[in-house]
Each structure stands twice: as structure tokens, then as C-alpha cells.
Design a protein around this ligand. Structure first.
Ligand code: ADP
Length: 714
């Protein structure tokens, strides 16, 4: 049984010196004992008769099998039942032969396994040699010699020929002596390794228990020779080997399944842990940390493939817990390149394997024996290679390969996601920058526009004031002249005077409209609501329109339902609305065509305004408006094709103003029209403007774009 090697170098030196001392002592004791027991050994061989060599051969084979079938019972405890062989054959072959047999076979087996599995660290090499070539003399030589001496002292028969209880008792005593001395001798190197007392007691109890369990078997084996001869010894030795084989397999199976379970659990965790990292470096470290938990990662690399330059970039290179600087090599020679080219994992057990497969590792200062590399494949694309190495031969098996492949697949997807995430981040950043730039540009443009708008409104206000003063003189004086010169000047000149008067009035109207619009735009238009009777207002508008209508030979018919109550609106603006609608209706009506104005009460339940309202329809049977232009007639300065062709004048401002006035009242305006058949403008106004404002019917600021309620007759 051997504790695992400590990595601390001072502990290592201590252990070496303990093994050396014990080894030298063991060898001396054995030589001395061999010399002293020369005759006894010869006598034993004689007593065993001509078949003595058969028994020695069986004993050697049994010891060899026991030494070879050493197995890992727990993480720290390796069980080797060579002690059982020592106890069983001591009473048959005597102390000298048993001690040499155990030590020589034990040393050979250790030496063989040492050659097969090179030590992980160079520094471990001297320790391994000392343990192998010196340690065995102390560990097994001394206990066997001591037990043999004790066996002789208590009158033990050599070779044991009679199966009596007394003899059995002596064998037990000798056996216990071997076990106890072995534990005592192993105590020192264990202390030197730095084991605590508690740990030594724990490990030794298991060790002793196992040896004690095999004690009855050893006694039966030893005593079977006297009564049954070589055959029985052979049969029992065989049984012992088989039992040991089974025990070893059981331990190995349990250990494997435990390991697999642990690996499975780690594997399920690994994806989750890896995918939580967002930068590549964090991710690579996470992959390494997770791998470390389940495979030997003393030497670990992650190389990513740079397709453009066809190079392998070693993004993470960990050598015995030291992270090396990143490096790049062209894809070509070497084990990683092999994996890249073949898209397949590569498992190498030793340097000799490399030659067999025909690959050559890139020259390394410290060559390793085992190498396992697996491709990282994301969406059918190889993005890199994960590899692990070991100085030991055959350090990795198929299950490591399967495991590393599973990790590599998850890592590949996570890395790919990290790249996508990074790209996305870059794009988002660029987009944010662009949006920010555009927002700033727009903000500046907006500020410039606001400034320009303020200047424009100011200019309009100034200009209209400047224009109105001389215009009023023109209109006023031409009106006086029209009155006073009706009969005294030539009719042609009088007509000119009339034209001057009309043009002046038209110009004044235009200026007033523009001024109103700019006031609305500037948000400075305020309504002056007052109570009035709609009938009177409509009658007044009708009176004023009469002259204009009769000139155009158009009949204006008005009607107001009895249910219409007194309203509270801005009467001046309502008159402007009605004048605009009526003058359009008259203007675009044919000769003799009727124009109707009708008003009715609409209760809040039926009104689109949600408050008690009045509905006013202004209808004509004139030229109508084509459906595609219905939306646009409310735009400032817009006139329909047909309207322009009929040369009936106008500015294109009337409807725009009308709609703004209606909406300032929290009302709505719609138009229905059929080209050639006539139009009907319908407006809803609240009975009480103040109530409508309080009910917070949304108040439109300004509509200079055609977003309004328009209906086209279908
Ligand atoms: P205008 O001063 O040109 O009448 P408006 O804004 O009042 O300006 O009207 C815009 C245009 O809408 C008119 O030029 C005309 O083409 C069309 N329009 C308005 N009312 C009618 C109507 N009752 N019948 C036909 N077309 C109309």
C-alpha cells in the first residue's frame, strides 16, 4: 500500500531519506538473516523434498500475481496483497526465501510500472527509484525477517507440515507480526509525506482490516501443504488470485462509475457555466476551469483557427498552472494541425505512437508522451482545437476523448455566440452613434427652423401691418370716390375705380387670412367664446352672401332645427368658417344651382365629439372634388385642378383656415363630394366651447398637413 506522492519538494526529500534509511536497514537485516539462517534454509529445502522448486515456483507466481493485481481502493489507498503471500509462504519456505522473494518480486513489479507510466514530474524520478529499489527492503524485508524470528521463537514448525490448532496459532502470530511491522515501518514515510496522524490512522485501519481479512486464507494456504501437498497450495493460490482479480475489477468498476457520474454532472454544468461568459478571454478561462474539474489539465491549450491567415492562434496555453503568452503557428506540421486538417480528434499514448500514426509534434523543450486534441466545431465549421497533454504514457483514454469532445462542442457554440454577441455589440454601438449624430443634426435643424419660423411670423406680422395701412387708404378713398363720382365721371373710368376697390378688398382679405394662419401657427390664436343664437348668425352670413350669390345667380337656402340651443363659441370665427364654406359653394355652383346651409342638434351620445354638438352642413351641386384631391383641399394654398381651370379666383387658404378654426373649437370637419354632382362640407362644433375644452377633447395645434377626416362618397 502506498500513499500518493506529495508534490512539495522538501516533503519529497524527507520521504527519500526515510526510504533510503529504511532500505539500507532492511537490506542489512536481510543479509544478516540470510547468513545466520543458511543451514535452516538448506534444511527447509531438503525437507520439502525434490518438489521444493515447485512450491517455490507456486509461491513466486502467487506473489507476482498479488503484486501485479495492485488496485486503487480509494483515492489514496492502493491495495497490494503481497503481504498475504508473505504470511502464507513464511511458514512453508522460511524467512530467508520469503523475504527475498517478496522484495525481489515487489521491486521488479514497481520497476516495470515505473517504466510504463513515467512519473508526472522529473523531480519525482529520484523518489520513485528510491521507493522502488530501496523502499521494498524496509517495507517488506524487515517485517518478514522479524515475523520469521518470532515464528521460530514460539516454536513454529518449518516447513509447516501438521495442520494443528497450535500451528495455526503460530501462523496467526507470525501473520499479525508481518502486518503490524509493515504498518509501523510505513508510518515514517507517511509522516514524511505530511500525512496527519488522523489520516494515517484512517488509512492504516483500512489497510490492516484488508490484511486481517486475508489472514485466515493465508493460514489455510500454509496449512494445506502438510495435509494435501502441492496441489492444494496451487489450487488455493489460484483461488486467491481469482478472488483478488474479482475484487480488483469491482473496485475499478465502482471507481469508473463514480468518475463517470462525476463527469456527467460536470458536463451538464459546463454548458451553463460556459455560456454565461461574454468575452472570449473570460470564456476561454471558463472552459479551462471546467475542463480541469474532470480531466487532467496539467498541460492545456485552446487554439483558434484564423481562416484568413491559415494560422492557429494559441489563445490559452496553460503549462502546469502557468499561463503562457499567446502564440501563433501556421497550420502545417504538428498535432493541432492534424486535428484541423482531419476534423477529427487525435489520441496519442506515447512518442512512439506519433511515429506510428505519422504525425510529428512541434518541437518542444519538454516533450510529453500523451496527447489528446479534439476539434471545436460550431455549425459545421471548425473554429479551433482543445488539447491536453501529459508526461505520462497512455494518460488519456477513450472516455477522456468523449468527454473532451463534448466540452469542445459546447465551448465552440459558446465561443461562436460570444463572437456574434461582440459583433452585435459593435453594430449596436455604431447604430447608437449614428442615431446620436442624426438626433443632434435634427436638433440643430429644428432649432434653425424654429428660429426661421419665428422670423417668418414676425416678418408676416410686420408686413401685413405695413400693407394694411396703405390698403385701408386705397379701399377707403376708392370707396369715397365711388360714392361721389358715380354720375360725374366716364363709365369706363368708374369701372376702373370699382376694380381698384375690389382688388383692394381682395388684397386685404388675403392679408387677413395670412395673418390669421401665421397666428395659428405661432399658437397665438385665441378664441373669444360668447353666447349667441346660431339662427341669427346664419341669417347674418346669409344676408352678406346674398349680393355675391345673386351675382352668381345662385340660391342660398338656410335652415336651423328648432332643437338647436344657444351656443357658446367664437362668433367671429364661426362667421369666417361659414363665409369660407358658403363662398366656395357659391363660387363652384352652376348658374341657378342651390346652396343649402342646414344646422341641427346632435346629442353627446351621437356626436363624434362626445359632447352636445351642433352639426352644420353646407352643400352645393357644383363641380365637386375628385376623390384623390379630397385630402389635399385643406392644405394651405391648395386648389383642385378643376377649380384652377374654372378660373374662379381664390387663394387656397380658406379651407385651411376653416379647418383650423373648427379644430380650435374642438370640432371636426369632413367633406363628401362627387365630381360634377356637388360637395357637402359637414362640421361638428360643441354647443359649449368651454365645456368641450374642460372635457379635454384634444385640441389640434396646427394642421398644415392633410391629416384630417375626409370622406369620399363611394
Ligand atoms: P380657394 O380660395 O381657392 O377657394 P379654399 O381653401 O377655400 O381656397 O379651397 C381650396 C380648393 O378646394 C378650391 O380652390 C377648390 O378647388 C376646392 N373647393 C373648395 N370648396 C369647393 C366646393 N364647394 N366645390 C368644389 N371645389 C371646392
Amino acid at each position: 500500500m502506498s500513499p500518493s506522492a506529495g508534490s512539495d519538494s522538501s516533503a519529497r526529500r524527507r520521504v527519500i531519506s526515510v526510504f533510503l534509511t529504511q532500505g539500507v536497514a532492511g537490506l542489512s537485516v536481510m543479509i544478516l538473516f540470510t547468513v545466520l539462517r543458511q543451514d535452516q534454509t538448506r534444511l527447509i529445502i531438503q525437507k520439502l523434498g525434490p518438489n521444493a522448486w515447485v512450491l517455490i515456483a507456486i509461491a513466486a507466481a502467487f506473489t507476482l500475481a498479488m503484486a501485479l493485481l495492485k488496485f486503487e481502493l480509494t483515492r489514496e489507498i492502493f491495495v497490494s496483497l503481497v503481504i498475504t503471500a508473505a504470511i502464507a509462504f513464511l511458514p512453508l519456505l522460511g524467512g530467508v526465501m520469503t523475504a527475498w522473494m517478496i522484495v525481489v518480486i515487489g521491486t521488479s513489479v514497481r520497476w516495470l510500472s515505473m517504466r510504463r507510466l513515467a512519473p508526472a514530474h522529473d523531480e519525482d524520478r529520484p523518489l520513485e527509484y528510491v521507493r522502488t529499489f530501496a523502499g521494498q527492503f524496509g517495507t517488506y524485508g524487515i517485517p518478514v525477517v522479524l515475523a520469521a524470528t518470532l515464528y521460530e521463537r514460539i516454536g513454529g514448525e518449518l516447513p509447516l507440515a501438521h495442520a494443528t490448532p497450535a500451528n495455526a496459532f503460530r501462523v496467526v502470530v507470525a501473520g499479525l507480526a508481518v502486518i503490524a511491522t509493515n504498518l509501523l515501518i510505513m508510518f515514517m514515510p507517511k509522516r514524511a509525506y505530511g500525512y496527519t496522524l488522523a489520516k494515517i490512522i484512517k488509512v492504516d485501519s483500512i489497510d490492516a482490516a484488508i490484511d486481517l481479512c486475508t489472514l485466515p486464507y493465508a493460514i489455510v494456504l500454509a496449512m494445506s501443504y502438510g495435509s494435501m501437498g502441492y496441489g492444494a497450495v496451487l489450487a488455493l493460490a489460484f483461488t486467491g488470485i481469482v478472488a483478488n482479480l474479482i475484487a480488483r475489477n469491482l473496485a475499478a468498476t465502482r471507481q469508473r462509475s463514480e468518475r463517470q457520474l462525476q463527469r456527467l454532472a460536470s458536463l451538464t454544468n459546463i454548458g451553463k457555466t460556459i455560456s454565461l461568459r461574454f468575452t472570449s478571454d473570460q470564456l476561454l478561462m471558463a472552459i479551462y476551469t471546467e475542463c480541469r474539474k474532470i480531466v487532467d489539465c496539467t498541460l492545456f491549450t485552446i487554439a483558434l483557427l484564423d481562416e484568413e491567415s491559415n494560422e492557429l492562434s494559441f489563445e490559452l496555453d496553460v503549462r502546469e498552472d502557468t499561463i503562457l503568452a499567446k502564440d501563433r503557428i501556421p497550420v502545417g506540421e504538428g498535432l493541432n494541425s492534424w486535428v484541423v486538417k482531419h476534423h477529427r480528434p487525435l489520441l496519442i499514448g506515447s512518442v512512439a505512437d506519433e511515429a506510428r500514426i505519422g504525425v510529428k509534434a512541434v518541437a518542444d523543450s519538454k516533450p510529453t508522451e500523451s496527447w489528446l486534441g479534439v476539434p471545436m466545431i460550431a455549425r459545421d465549421r471548425l473554429i479551433g482545437v482543445i488539447s491536453i497533454e501529459s508526461y505520462k504514457k497512455n494518460a488519456f483514454g477513450d472516455d477522456d476523448l468523449v468527454l473532451l469532445t463534448a466540452i469542445a462542442n459546447q465551448a465552440a457554440v459558446a465561443l461562436e455566440n460570444a463572437h456574434l454577441y461582440k459583433d452585435l455589440e459593435g453594430l449596436t454601438y455604431a447604430l447608437e452613434q449614428r442615431v446620436m449624430e442624426r438626433t443632434n443634426e435634427l436638433r440643430e435643424a429644428n432649432l434653425r427652423l424654429l428660429a426661421a419660423d419665428r422670423s417668418k411670423n414676425q416678418f408676416l406680422a410686420n408686413m401685413s401691418h405695413e400693407l394694411r395701412t396703405p390698403l385701408n387708404s386705397i379701399i377707403g378713398f376708392s370707396s369715397v370716390l365711388l360714392e361721389s363720382t358715380r354720375s360725374s365721371i366716364m363709365p369706363r373710368l368708374y369701372k376702373f375705380l370699382e376694380n381698384i376697390h375690389a382688388a383692394g378688398n381682395h388684397l386685404l382679405e388675403l392679408i387677413n387670412d395670412i395673418l390669421d394662419l401665421s397666428k395659428i401657427e405661432a399658437g397665438k390664436m385665441e378664441l373669444r367664446p360668447e353666447h349667441f343664437d346660431l339662427r341669427e348668425t346664419i341669417a347674418a352670413v346669409e344676408r352678406v352672401m346674398k349680393g355675391f350669390a345673386s351675382q352668381a345667380n345662385v340660391r342660398v337656402v338656410t335652415s336651423v332645427e328648432a332643437a338647436v340651443p344657444r351656443v357658446r363659441l367664437d362668433e367671429g370665427r364661426l362667421k369666417q368658417i361659414l363665409f369660407n364654406l358658403l363662398s366656395n359653394a357659391v363660387k363652384f355652383s352652376p348658374q341657378g344651382g342651390p346652396v343649402t346651409v342646414s344646422a341641427g342638434f346632435v346629442s353627446r351620445a351621437q356626436s363624434p365629439l362626445g359632447v352636445d354638438s351642433v352639426r352644420i352642413d353646407v352643400a352645393d351641386q357644383g363641380i365637386g372634388i375628385p376623390p384623390d384631391e379630397l385630402e389635399r383641399i385643406f392644405d394651405e394654398f391648395y386648389q383642385t385642378e378643376e377649380g384652377r381651370r374654372s378660373r374662379r379666383g381664390g387663394t387656397g387658404l380658406g379651407l385651411s383656415l376653416t379647418r383650423n378654426f373648427v379644430e380650435l373649437h374642438h370640432g371636426t370637419i369632413e367633406v363628401q363630394s362627387t365630381p360634377g354632382a356637388g360637395s357637402c362640407f359637414t362640421l361638428y362644433l360643441p354647443i359649449d366651447y368651454t365645456e368641450a375644452s374642460a372635457a379635454s377633447v384634444p385640441l389640434p395645434v396646427l394642421h398644415s398637413s392633410p391629416e384630417r377626416s375626409v370622406q369620399s362618397p363611394s
